[in-house]
Design a protein around this ligand. Structure first.
Ligand SMILES: *Cc1c(COP(=O)(O)O)cnc(C)c1O
Length: 399
């Protein structure tokens, strides 16, 4: 290996920016609109088509998307919402932004996803109406069976938000053998995506909500811009209070400024054109890892055809040592995630170690190794070689 290759670092995830991406951004910068221009609507239309949903709302980031979902579903201080402890904190935090109570249910140790049986047990412990909603996460890119969650949610009068940040392009196969794409709005009331640079599509910061529900869509549009509307058909003030001038607007809800800029939307549109190709590349990389780790000391993730592989999470017994060994070789693996219920912020609500054993066991062993569409075969081979090399001493010491 040349010295040049040795100083190169291989992260667990990263964005790619092409010349076409740069041109798309520059053309917006040279146009009349930096924000609230035509690129936003185009990005929304194209993204909705990509995931197969009717409506899409572009937002400043995925966290803002979660916040507005919780607001649109009327989460308030009487609300109790169930989510997984193995997710980015934002999945749970959106409930807290609205004053609601977060409840966790354990993960399925095979899929690392929120375990529907654990959610059912939790729901059964209380009268119907006790919980208001469920937020399953397509963790690592593995799509949640939302058909099953929808049925359970309906039985208990709950809404469903799909946190699909890890899974644009991913799908699960429903009971009619139909591939249901993540965020298509068929089962979940609302779905959210993030365009943070480590995600599949990068806009710097950025997010999207998708839905098939027109009423929720209208609410989200209002909340995204301060709760302000300029549409005369929607005015609530009395006719004598409504000015006929073009300046007139009404603030009807306490909304936010959660808008995405037009140049970010242009970047998103450009990135979206490569989404399918990039997804295919992620799946090829996953398959190559699966083959390399088969039957060894490393437990690869469960492979499902619809997995969008935001992350490739292996489970290993000497995780810290491997993590450091990889770093020594300029491979920057990561841990996703420190369980939410063990965060000091959530511990204050009474959560503690031992509450969710599957999540905690998973956390003790998990390691996200490099997975991004621009990862070359050569770099992946180096990652595989380094991981196998690390495990060699154990094998020999046991013989
Ligand atoms: C990235 C991410 C978010 C938050 O998205 P931001 O755009 O960073 O605010 C929420 N949930 C999950 C599962 C994520 O991975």
């Amino acid at each position: 290996m040349s010295s040049e290759e040795k100083i190169k670092t291989i992260p667990y995830g990263r964005q790619t920016i092409t010349d076409a991406d740069i041109e798309a951004v520059v053309s917006v910068l040279k146009s009349d609109f930096l924000t609230q221009g035509p690129s936003i609507a185009e990005f929304e239309t194209k993204f909705a088509a990509y995931v197969g949903a009717k409506y899409a709302v572009a937002l400043a980031n995925g966290t803002a998307a979660l916040h507005l979902c919780a607001m649109a579903l009327d989460v308030n201080k009487t609300s109790r919402v169930i989510t997984t402890p193995i997710t980015f904190a934002a999945s749970a935090n959106c409930v807290r932004y609205c004053g609601g109570e977060v409840h966790f249910a354990d993960i399925d140790p095979a899929t690392f996803l929120l375990d529907i049986n654990k959610v059912r047990e939790l729901l059964q412990k209380h009268p119907k109406g006790y919980f208001s909603g469920i937020i399953p996460v397509d963790f690592s890119g593995n799509a949640v069976n939302l058909e099953a969650f929808r049925k359970l949610a309906d039985d208990y009068g709950c809404w469903l938000i799909e946190d699909a940040c890890h899974a644009p392009g991913g799908y699960f196969t429903d009971s009619n053998n139909i591939e249901q794409k993540c965020g298509n709005g068929v089962f979940a009331d609302l779905a959210i995506f993030s365009f943070h640079p480590v995600k599949h599509i990068a806009t710097g910061e950025g997010g999207m909500i998708t839905t098939n529900d027109k009423a929720l869509y209208d609410k989200l549009i209002l909340l995204r811009t301060h709760g302000i509307t300029k549409e005369s058909s929607k005015f609530q003030n009395q006719p004598d209070e409504v000015a006929q001038g073009g300046w007139y607007y009404e603030m009807q809800e306490l909304g936010y400024n959660y808008r995405l800029t037009d140049f970010q939307a242009a970047l998103g549109i450009s990135q979206l054109t490569r989404a399918d190709k990039n997804l295919e590349r992620r799946r090829t990389l996953a398959l190559q890892y699966d083959i390399a780790f088969k039957g060894g000391f490393i437990l690869p993730p469960l492979s499902t055809p619809g997995n969008a592989y935001h992350l490739y999470v292996i489970q290993v017994s000497r995780r810290l040592e491997l993590y450091n060994y990889l770093r020594g070789n300029n491979i920057f693996a990561q841990v996703h995630y420190v369980p939410c219920h063990l965060m000091p912020y959530y511990k204050q609500f009474g959560f503690k170690k031992g509450d969710f054993p599957n999540a905690e066991n998973y956390y003790d062993k998990c390691l996200s190794i490099p997975m991004y569409h621009s990862l070359s075969d050569e770099d992946q081979s180096f990652v595989i070689k380094t991981i196998l090399e690390f495990h060699k001493p154990i094998i020999t010491s046991y013989t």
